[in-house]
Design a protein around this ligand. Sequence first.
Ligand SMILES: [Zn+2]
Length: 123
Amino acid sequence: MLRQLSWASMNQSRLQSLDDIPDVARRAERQKFLNRWYKPVAIAPFFVLLVLDEFFFPQSRSPLLLAVAFLTLGWGGAVAAYALFLLLSLRCPRCGARYGLGDKCKHCELPRHPNSGDQLVTL
Ligand SMILES: [Zn+2]
């Protein structure tokens, strides 16, 4: 974080978007992906386990199956927690405020991508 901010402060005048700083761009892409897909990513292993359990072990009362079910639920909690962490920890390299989920910083309007601030209308 400190390294990113100091790098950004040196090049602040040339900073056009989050894509100009590769570390921040990667985190921003991960944040955007998880914000959109965290529910399926989090719940998919549990759903697959339910389907497999129903087809292959319908009468099973195995503690191993229960342990795997708790592991999949733990996975879901970890994915949701990581998505929240990315949401809260992604800072704008220009102003240092929390970046948020939009295509621009709410405080200084630094765009995520070089063209994301443009409103191109093609008919
Ligand atoms: Zn900003």
